[in-house]
Design a protein around this ligand. Structure first.
Ligand code: ADP
Ligand code: MG
Length: 324
């Protein structure tokens, strides 16, 4: 199968929102009046971001999910995406699985594949997403104000737990492994929540590298610091990590690492003024996405982790060095 047959068979579908999709030199998008385009790219490289033997359907899902997560963090509505693909060879069963994972998620979010590039090479997937957001209303990293509350959506830690299991660092019973592996391989981007937080959140980011590190990006961009109340944050550990800890499979320190420095969670971390607590709660309910208050934006720079007694326990995280 040649390049053009491959594109036609697996990556071409009619578009309705984009003015022009796959097939010409450029795709054409028509943003609605008063809207800005939100654009983001994420690249997945075999061996670096995923294992060679990962289920191709899950990979198709994740490649788009991580990009949609960036749109979510900006409060943008997905419109379209491009797909640049390097493939070592034409493997139709792989392409079938990969494209079906991709299309299912794309359709769920009304995000149309409008173009891309296909070449022979080590397996690499680069997606660029385009979203739209009312002019001036995108959620940015730089908007957090001193005394704002810090929130996180959903639960944290299971993606890292699954990764540790795949790397042989922790041995998990099969059911526990499967439930955490879903979080690693099939993240659900918080697209509805991100859009609903426009006008409520003062700053936002999606958690791809770990809560602690990603939150620091927000605080730094906002010229502020902050604290995470660890006892609050630890109520939102994902089930797998909680069970692994409770059944003695790994230590409390490991659990803290999963939650604070795990990465691949694709939840949203955001800030909002205390006066917006009711609005945040109502948005969370409307989106059927749990949202938890875990800390405060503070004047003095840096991110502190404090326990219920107000004692700073930041030093207990070895990996804190690498995102200090
Ligand atoms: P060009 O040579 O003008 O860059 P290509 O021959 O690479 O165009 O691609 C032909 C058409 O197929 C273009 O519209 C391009 O956007 C699209 N395309 C190529 N690869 C992909 C892909 N992996 N997914 C979706 N569309 C693709
Ligand atoms: Mg061309």
């Amino acid at each position: 199968m040649g390049e053009f047959d491959l594109i036609k068979r697996y990556f071409t579908r009619p578009t309705s929102r984009a003015a022009l999709g796959v097939g010409d030199d450029c795709a054409l998008l028509q943003p609605a009046p008063g809207m800005q385009l939100a654009i983001s790219s994420d690249m997945l490289v075999e061996g670096r971001h995923f294992f060679a033997d990962v289920d191709p359907q899950a990979l198709g899902h994740k490649a788009l999910a991580v990009n949609l997560s960036d749109l979510a963090a900006c409060g943008a509505r997905p419109l379209a995406f491009t797909l640049a693909l390097a493939l070592p060879q034409v493997d139709e069963s792989w392409l079938q699985g990969f494209s079906s994972g991709l299309w299912t998620l794309a359709e769920a979010h009304g995000c149309e594949l409008v173009g891309g590039d296909t070449t022979q090479g080590p397996l690499t997937i680069c997606i660029t997403v385009f979203g739209e957001v009312p002019r001036g209303q995108a959620l940015l990293r730089s908007g957090a104000q001193v005394d704002d509350d810090i929130y996180v959506s959903g639960t944290l830690g299971d993606a890292r737990l699954a990764l540790d299991a795949l790397r042989g660092k922790v041995a998990l019973p099969p059911d526990l492994f499967e439930r955490s592996r879903i979080r690693l391989e099939r993240p659900e981007p918080r697209v509805a929540l991100g859009q609903a937080l426009r006008g409520i959140a003062s700053a936002a980011i999606d958690i791809s590298d770990g809560l602690g590190g990603d939150l620091q990006h927000v605080l730094h961009a906002s010229g502020a610091g902050g604290r995470i109340d660890i006892d609050d944050a630890m109520q939102f550990i994902a089930d797998g990590a909680r069970i692994a800890w409770a059944s003695g499979l790994f230590s409390y320190e490991n659990l803290l690492q999963c939650v604070l420095a795990g990465g691949d969670d694709y939840e949203l971390a955001f800030t909002a003024p205390a006066s917006a607590r009711a609005a945040v709660a109502s948005v969370a309910e409307g989106c059927q996405t749990p949202v938890h208050r875990i800390g405060k934006v503070e004047q003095s720079r840096g991110l502190r982790i404090v326990d219920a007694q107000g004692q700073e326990i930041t030093h207990r995280f070895s990996s804190f060095d690498h995102f200090a």
